[in-house]
Design a protein around this ligand. Structure first.
Ligand SMILES: CCCCCCCC/C=C\C/C=C/C(=O)SCCNC(=O)CCNC(=O)[C@H](O)C(C)(C)COP(=O)(O)OP(=O)(O)OC[C@H]1O[C@@H](n2cnc3c(N)ncnc32)[C@H](O)[C@@H]1OP(=O)(O)O
Ligand SMILES: Cc1cc2nc3c(=O)[nH]c(=O)nc-3n(C[C@H](O)[C@H](O)[C@H](O)COP(=O)(O)OP(=O)(O)OC[C@H]3O[C@@H](n4cnc5c(N)ncnc54)[C@H](O)[C@@H]3O)c2cc1C
Length: 572
């Protein structure tokens, strides 16, 4: 599905139907409700949008203003947009495509507000696609990318829907208006957790696409002379080019493996939640939020590195890279803005740190926080050993989490309210959470390559890639590792020279490593990244198809240039 959606440029009107609307029914509807809507959605007999964000609030879901007020006399909910800022704004497909939407609204029953809940609302006629009575709809206008998707607005003027249209798998409103609590108030957000997990795979796929384009092109492109008089080398022979591209290539693999872990973790924890065990929810939320934030941010930056590595042609839409960048930029903001998501991970880490201080043994992805020793023993470490590299990342993350948490404690001891202490430490908290996620990605990469059974040589090249990813991370963030003396200057020098060795080691396998992503030309949609390498012929063909080339002399000549030139000449 991810590949199919990418083929369509990261989004068309129906994208959110598949990635958000249908999964929301799957995750939040009762069995009876599923019987009513799920098959219709799966067979695309109805088309849906996921309508949560409003003009005034996206991040702060508790601040949403749309209301769903229960009327027991008719057993209906009244959906209303009381203010301009309550207008639903951004939902993909909402503008022109969808005829249904799951609408997140503040639930009122018996005069009390119970917070945001999901409601199924028909928004357009199934006969003629006109908006339903009381519903105002439209498209929000052009965006940076994804313009094939009609991100829309919606206003509701006291629109009545049956009581059964509240998605009631977890929380319920009885016919008489009694509210029945869900096992956890955060279950109304479970679809966001799921979607964030899928964004990790989207990030991996986007970075894999960009590196495929840039690595293949770097083998076609020849430029300059390495030695005087010698033929121009493939630009991939330049170490600086390898230093730009191989860490992105390694990150694409790392994120792919992280997304596998995320999918498996989501399946297993939601499985336990189905049986009433909510104990894994907090970790699932923290991991999905942090991974979504980290992988999409690195991907967006990495795609731009790939663009620059393709020189001038990278800037052309022919490369496919601007579109990939625009898509990745959307992933950074959508489904929880990245800073806000990383702060959610930080919130979980601070809690875990406090539990560990209180003597609790931590488990899962945070187990290392209680295992890592605060006072490091410096020594000449073997910087080519994966175990050493994983331990270094864990030490860095544990130190940064401890530092941020202690700093916060210190602020509170000085009399600051917890919320103020949180805000004044939030830059430290973000950095600590990033270090935690980075450490998870490194460890998961290292563990995954050890499980490769197909072939010894495949394991060897993936191990080199994992070393490259880890060493690059250490050299890029050297200060974090040096700060408490865990690594020494000599260790960092050793990491740099191993990194150089890894660039050379990965070079012969680079094309095979991108080909292994198996991204068909139809998915890549890049003249530079073509599998057959015939870049220049196709660049020329692509340019000839530019709309400006439809006529030999463009109409703007007759309209503007000709009279302008004429009057200039007349002045001479
Ligand atoms: C190649 C394919 C290409 C495809 C391209 C597709 C492009 C598609 C593009 C876009 C699709 C986009 C869709 C959308 O954007 S849908 C809208 C998404 N919106 C959001 O994500 C909103 C973000 N905000 C929130 O999630 C929340 O408001 C919040 C987490 C920021 C804060 O929530 P709040 O209720 O205020 O919580 P608190 O901070 O007070 O925390 C309370 C408590 O609850 C915990 N918690 C919060 N969220 C969750 C959760 N989801 N699950 C579990 N627990 C959660 C939180 O950590 C606190 O815990 P505590 O510390 O123990 O108290
Ligand atoms: C391409 C795209 C597709 C989308 N599709 C959908 C969709 O299908 N359905 C839907 O419902 N929504 C959709 N959205 C909306 C999206 O979910 C929100 O834009 C997103 O959650 C960010 O919320 P916001 O716009 O309110 O940002 P804001 O919260 O206004 O962010 C602005 C700045 O404030 C900062 N900030 C906000 N709160 C805090 C805080 N507590 N601590 C520190 N900093 C903070 C942020 O870090 C950011 O720097 C889409 C958005 C985009 C761009």
């Amino acid at each position: 599905m991810a590949a199919a959606l990418q083929t369509l440029g990261g989004g068309i009107g129906i994208t959110l139907h598949w990635i958000a609307f249908t999964p929301t029914i799957e995750q939040q509807a009762t069995e009876e409700q599923k019987k009513k809507w799920l098959k219709l959605a799966q067979d695309v007999a109805i088309v849906g949008a996921y309508a949560q964000t409003e003009m005034g609030h996206g991040t702060f879901v508790r601040g949403l203003e749309t209301t769903a007020t229960y009327d027991p006399s008719t057993q209906e909910f009244v959906i209303n947009s009381p203010t301009l800022t309550s207008t639903k704004w951004w939902p993909g497909g909402l503008g022109k495509t969808a005829n249904h939407a799951t609408v997140m609204a503040q639930l009122y029953t018996r005069g009390k507000c119970y917070g945001p809940h999901n409601f199924m609302v028909q928004i357009r006629s199934l006969e003629n696609h006109q908006p339903c009575p009381g519903v105002t709809l439209g498209d929000i206008g052009p965006k940076m990318e994804s313009n094939g998707n009609d991100n829309g607005f919606a206003r509701f003027d006291h629109v009545r829907i049956p009581r059964e249209n509240m998605l009631m798998k977890f929380a319920r409103v009885e016919a008489d208006g009694t509210y029945v609590q869900p096992p956890s108030s955060k279950l109304a957000y479970s679809n966001m957790v799921y979607l964030r997990g899928t964004f990790v795979m989207s990030a991996a796929q986007a970075l894999a696409s960009a590196t495929t384009i840039a690595v293949r092109y770097s083998c076609v492109r020849r430029q300059s002379e390495m030695k005087p008089g010698e033929p121009e080398p493939q630009i991939l022979e330049y170490q600086t080019q390898q230093y730009k591209l191989f860490p992105q290539l390694a990150a694409a693999y790392a994120f792919w493996f992280a997304s596998w872990f995320m999918t498996q973790q989501h399946g297993s924890i939601t499985g336990s939640m189905e049986k009433g065990d909510m104990s894994g929810l907090a970790e699932l939320h923290a991991l999905s939020a942090g991974l979504k934030s980290y992988t999409t941010a690195v991907t967006a930056r990495g795609i731009d590195v790939c663009r620059m590595a393709c020189g001038g042609h990278g800037y052309s839409h022919a490369s496919g890279l601007p579109a990939l960048f625009g898509g990745a930029a959307a992933l950074c903001t959508a489904e929880g803005e990245n800073t806000v998501m990383m702060l959610q991970t930080a919130r979980y880490l601070v809690k875990c740190f406090a539990q560990s201080q209180a003597g609790k043994r931590l488990t899962g992805t945070v187990a290392y926080l209680s295992a890592v020793q605060p006072s490091p023993v410096a020594g000449n470490r073997n910087m080519s050993d994966l175990g050493t590299l994983v331990a270094a990342f864990q030490h860095r993350a544990a130190r940064m989490v401890r530092h941020a948490a202690m700093q916060m404690q210190g602020e509170m001891q000085k009399g600051k309210a917890r919320e103020d202490a949180w805000n004044s430490c939030s830059v430290l908290l973000i950095k600590a959470a990033e270090a935690h996620v980075h450490s998870f990605v490194v460890r998961n990469f290292a563990e995954t390559v050890q499980t490769v059974e197909v072939d010894e040589s495949v394991r060897a090249v993936l191990t080199s890639l994992c070393q490259l990813y880890s060493l690059y991370g250490i050299t890029e963030h050297a200060g974090d590792f040096l700060k408490d003396g865990y690594l020494t200057g000599r260790d960092i020098d050793a990491a740099s020279s191993h990194l150089s060795a890894m660039l050379a080691r990965v070079r012969p396998d680079a094309v095979a490593l991108v080909d292994a992503f198996d991204l068909h030309d139809k998915i890549l949609r890049s003249v530079l990244g073509r599998y057959d390498g015939r870049v220049y012929e196709h660049l020329y063909e692509w340019a000839k198809k530019s709309p400006l080339n439809k006529s030999e002399v463009h109409e703007s000549y007759y309209k503007y240039l000709q009279p302008f030139l004429k009057s200039n000449r007349a002045k001479l």
